[in-house]
Design a protein around this ligand. Structure first.
Ligand SMILES: C[S@@+](CC[C@H](N)C(=O)[O-])C[C@H]1O[C@@H](n2cnc3c(N)ncnc32)[C@H](O)[C@@H]1O
Length: 252
């Protein structure tokens, strides 16, 4: 199957996986419980069928909203949504929400990394900043390039790099094909077939978040969360091991 972009990935091969997913991961639970307040108005970006929202509701969060750009996810979510917390179709790069309308925003499950173009990723973060109230809290997760360049993926990345050199492609090595699709290995990744999620370096994610105006209050990977202690800044994180996803907790 030839897929043209990450949006098509989510509306086809990855659809069932995310539509049916239940419960929070350990990382998500840690971040939500530690950094978000139950009585504050919160929006979840890229909510799919609302998994994280339903779990937050069960944890006692009261004013929840969510959006996604795949209409079929929104339909699915609405069937469960008696309280109507799921918005209509919205694209993270161009939101219809008012300025400063939310006290908390969550961009978990690496939603920003599925935006193919660099300028649109910046636009999505600018939009995130715009809809957050002054003093509000934002939680972001990114696919972590530093975590990915560890064995065994380092061999695949070396291979990918060689393939791109030979084919004259100047695509950044931080654009990595999906290695699994719909829970199965994607053998087309060996041919460097897109679509490509974008894997962020810590420094770069920090730079883009601060560029749009966010103030970083905590940063870490799944490894730091597993140890129960995120870092206060990227300087401290540089001295630590990184594994799994990359998380930033920010204030506006
Ligand atoms: C990895 S899934 C996570 C779904 C859900 N948050 C969860 O954790 O169960 C990423 C979701 O982000 C949505 N998404 C990706 N890019 C988006 C964008 N630019 N605007 C809105 N939704 C987007 C996809 O449709 C997909 O539902």
């Amino acid at each position: 199957m030839s897929l043209i972009n990450n949006k098509e990935v989510y509306s086809t091969v990855e659809f069932d996986l995310w539509a049916d997913k239940k419960s929070l991961t350990e990382d998500e639970k840690y971040l939500i419980v530690k950094y978000l307040k139950k009585n504050e108005k919160t929006v979840e970006a890229g909510t799919a069928a609302g998994r994280i929202l339903w779990e937050m509701k069960d944890l006692g969060f009261q004013e929840l909203y969510g959006y996604d750009y795949v209409p079929e996810f929104i339909e699915q979510a609405k069937q469960r949504d008696r309280s109507q917390i799921i918005s209509f179709e919205e694209d993270a790069t161009d939101l219809s929400y008012e300025n400063s309308g939310f006290e908390q925003i969550t961009y978990l499950q690496q939603i920003v990394c599925f935006i193919e173009e660099e300028e649109k990723r910046l636009k999505a973060l600018t939009e995130a900043y715009r809809i957050l109230k002054n003093g509000g809290t934002a939680v972001f997760s990114f696919l972590s390039f530093e975590s990915r360049i560890k064995s065994p993926f380092v061999f695949y990345l070396a291979y990918l790099s060689m393939l791109r050199r030979l084919s004259g492609s100047n695509r950044s090595i931080q654009y990595i094909p999906w290695l699994k699709l719909g829970g199965k290995y994607n053998f087309l990744a060996l041919l460097d077939r897109g679509p490509y999620p974008y894997w962020y370096k810590v420094q770069e994610a920090h730079q883009i978040l601060t560029q749009v105006g966010f103030k970083i209050i905590s940063v870490g990977s799944s490894y730091q969360i597993g140890k129960g202690k995120m870092c206060d800044d990227i300087e401290s994180l540089k001295h630590e091991l990184m594994a799994g996803m990359l998380y930033f907790v920010c204030k506006k």
